[in-house]
Write a protein that binds this ligand. Sequence first.
Ligand SMILES: Cc1ncc(C[n+]2csc(CCOP(=O)(O)OP(=O)(O)O)c2C)c(N)n1
Length: 636
Amino acid sequence: MLERVPDQNEIRQMDRKQLNTLSKEIREFLLDRVSKKGGHLASNLGTVELTLALWRCFDFPKDKLIFDVGHQCYTWKLLTGRMDGFDHFREFGGMSGFPKTNESPYDTFNTGHSSTSLSAGLGLVRARDLKGEDYKVISVIGDGAFTGGEAYEALNNASALRTNFIIILNDNEMSISRNVGGVTKLLTNARSSKGYNNLKTGVKKVLSGSQGGQALIRTIDDTKDSLKELMMPSGMIFENMGLKYLGPVDGHDVLGMEKIIRSAMRMNRAVVIHVLTQKGRGYEPARMHPLLYHGVGPFDLETGIVPKPHEEPTYADILGGFMAESGEKHPEICAVTAAMGENVGFHRFKKRFRNRFFDVGIAEQHAVTFAAGLAKGGMHPYTAIYSSFLQRAYDQIIMDAALQKLPVVFLLDRAGLVGRDGETHHGLFDIPYMTSIPNMTVLAPRDGAEFRKMLDWSVHFDGPLSIRYPRGAAGQCEPGPDDVAYGKAEKAVYYRDGGGMTTDVSILSAGTMYPIALECAGKLKEQGVSSSVVNVRFLKPLDEDAILSASENASLVVTLEDGLLTGGFGEQAAALIAKASGLLKKPAVRSFGVRDTFVPQGTVAELQKWCGIDAESIVRDVLAALRQEKTEEKEC
Ligand SMILES: Cc1ncc(C[n+]2csc(CCOP(=O)(O)OP(=O)(O)O)c2C)c(N)n1
C-alpha cells in the first residue's frame, strides 16, 4: 500500500517498472477505499496510467485539466494531495467523488453531468489566448460522454482553433452499460487501426538500424498523414473537421502515452488523442462486470460480492415490473433511455421487447424529441431519465412534447435528494421546471404501491405526463393508496382526538415526503396539536378543492416537498390559498423544501436534516410558528 504519494518530480523520474509498481499500488489503495465507502470504481481503475501520464507531462495547476463527468478523478485526487480525503470520501462534509474547484486548486472545473468538458476546455483556451496567458488545457472525455451532443458542438467550434487544445478520448467501449450507436462504431474502426501504428513503429525500428534508415524514417513521418488516410479512415472524421487525430494508444502504457501527449503539446490546433483503456482494470470482478462496479456501494474486496443495498423493491424495480407486464398487453409501449437502461429498471423490457427498447446514448435532448417523434407516430414512449439529467432537455420537453400535447411519459428517477453523489446529482429542480410547462401533468407517488397505480393509470392517459420518484427503496405506507383520478389528491388522514373537519395544522405533502408528513402528524399529536395530512399526488394540476378545504379548516398550513422551494409546490399552493383568502391574513402557510441553495453530499437522512425537511426540524418549526401565532393573537 502507498504510504506516501511520491511528488510530481519523483513520478516524472520513474522508469517503466517503477510506474507499473506505482499504478498497482494506486489501484490497491482505490480498491481498499472504494470497497469501504463506495464510489465509481470501474472507471477509476481504468484511468490510473492515463492520469500518471498527464501528471508527468504537464505543469499543474498552471495547466488546466478537465475531467468529463468527473467520476474518473480518484487517481487525480490522490496525486494532488488528497490522500487523507479518502478517509471521509463521499461523506457529509468529506471529500467529493467529483472534481470540485472549492476543494483543490488542481480542480479546474466542476463536472458531474456528461459531455461538457470540451466546451469548458475550449472556453478556457479562448480566455487564455485573449488574455495572452500561457498554459495548456486538457479535456479528458470518455467514449460514453462522447455520445452526448454538446461534445460535437464543441468539436465543431474547436475546428477553427489555431492554438493548442488537447482532447483525450478515453475509450473503454463502455458507457455505464456497453456503449451504443454510430460513435461506438466509429471508435471501433479507429481502434482496429492500431495495426497501422504498430506497423509504423515496427518499420521505423527496423529502419533505424539500417544504412540511410534515418532519412527513410523522416520520409515516413512526412508521408504519414496520407498513409494514415489510406489505412485509417476513421480518425479522418476528426482530421476532416480540422482537428488533429493521434492514436489509438494503449492507455495502460504510461511512457507510450507520454510520447504522444508530448507531440500533441507542440501542435497549434485542437488535437484528439485516442486512448484505449480497460474499465475495471486490475480487479477481475470489476473487469468482468463493469456495469455493477460503475457506481458501487461498499463491497467485499476478497469475494467481490456487492450486497444488495435495498431489501424492498426500489422504484426502478417497480417500473421494470410494470414495463415488462405492460409491454405484452400494449404493443405501442416503448422504453427510451439515455444510457441508463439498467439503472432505471428497463433490463427486463429490453430482453423481451428488444425492438421497442431504445438506448440513445448520453443524449437526453435527443431522447426527448425522439420520444416525441415516437408518440407522433402512434407509439406510447416511457422515457426514464434522472431528474437532474433531464434538466438539459427542458426546451425539448416544452417545444417537442408539451406544445404538441404528445403522449410522452416522462419518468423522473432520482428526484429529490440522492445522497453521496452530491450537488450535481440531486433532483431538486424538476417540480418548478415540470409544473411550469403548459399541457404537462405532473404526478408524485408517496410510495411504491402508489407508483404502480400511477403507472397503470398512465397507460390510458393521452398527453404529456411526468412522474417523479426518488432513488432507492420504494417503501409502503398504510393504508394502501386510493385509485388514481385525474387532478385528485388522496383523502385527508386525521391525527386528532374526536371528529369534525378542523385541526390546528393541515399538512400538504408532495410525493415521498408522505412518511415524514405522517411522522410529523404523530409527533404533533403527542404535543397536543391536531393535524390532517393530505397526499396531494398531482403537482399539476393541483387539486384546488383538497388544498382549499385543508386550508379553510386549520390555522396553519404546512407544505412539504423534497425539491426547490422557488417555484415549487409549496409556493404554488400558498399562492392558491392566498388568492382564495383574499385580504384575510389567515391561514398562515409554512413551506418546507430546499431553500435557494445547492445541496452537498451526505446520506439522505443527513441532508434532510441539513435542509430542515426531516420530521424533527419540521415539528420544531411548526410548534414555534403556532406559539408565535398565539402570542400575536394575544397582543391583538
Ligand atoms: C447528462 C448526463 N447523463 C447521464 C449521466 C450518467 N452517467 C455517468 S457516467 C456515465 C457513463 C460515462 O461513460 P464514459 O464517458 O465512457 O466513462 P466511463 O465510465 O466509461 O469511464 C453516465 C451515463 C451523466 N453523468 N450526465
